[in-house]
Design a protein around this ligand. Sequence first.
Ligand code: FMN
Length: 269
Amino acid sequence: MRPQLLAVTSSLLRSTTARLYPSSPLAPLSGLILGHQSLAVKAQPQYQAQQQVLYTSQTAANMSATPINANSVLDLIKNRRTYYPLSKDLPISKERISEIVKEAVLHVPSSFNAQSNRVIVLLGADHEKLWDIATDILKAIVPAEAFQATADKMGMFKGAAGTVLFFEDEKTVQKQQSDYPMYADKFPGWATQSDAMLQFVVWTALEAEGAIGANLQHYNPLINERVAAEWNVPSDWKLNAQLVFGGKTGEAGPKSQIPVEERVKVFGA
Ligand SMILES: Cc1cc2nc3c(=O)[nH]c(=O)nc-3n(C[C@H](O)[C@H](O)[C@H](O)COP(=O)(O)O)c2cc1C
């Protein structure tokens, strides 16, 4: 990782960790604890029965110990690319991966704060099982003469270290639709948008850790039933994407870009 990125990542990590986990060993490194409050709060109307935790928001201005501006965030965003093949060598622990995913799930926004995103992280033998399942299913539908290429591709994913499965909870979306009929046709799309934000954040955060690469796959709905049976996935969880991650084995491929002037217009003084 470039030194600048490393500094930004560790400063983001320290400030976030200090804020959310004041007792974490990382907290003292930041030199301050940013007004964390953990309160059981009056649940929001759509989640009357659910106890939720309230996090106080921090403005950039009062995060003086960890100066972060848009360039810090954009550097992390530019650092995220698609990588394959990936290896089983991870520079971070299983616990750290889990922490990154949980932090992303907690802080990615959702419409009306519905919190419809659901995630399963597969590591080791469970990760390999996923790609064996995909291979089995594809073998039944891909023409025999084309199957070797498919098998090689599945083998490539299996050779990585883990896969993050991204779901949206359809029960949550249906509850939104009945609570707010005026927006009923919008909620499914908004849930997918929130899940896409989560995918992007997890992808970006994992690659910010250094030698980790990832690529995004979509073998749903083909694999949905077998995945649900294998990992006891609730029936309301709809699989949207699979983020394969592991050690980088090379550079990201070239990427063309349409001139940004054709894609962004700015009006006004
Ligand atoms: C919504 C979405 C769907 C994608 N689906 C796949 C996919 O099914 N398989 C794959 O290998 N890459 C997939 N990608 C990765 C894109 O091909 C890749 O992000 C794009 O070419 C830009 O390259 P970069 O990720 O290196 O910036 C997907 C990306 C997005 C955002």
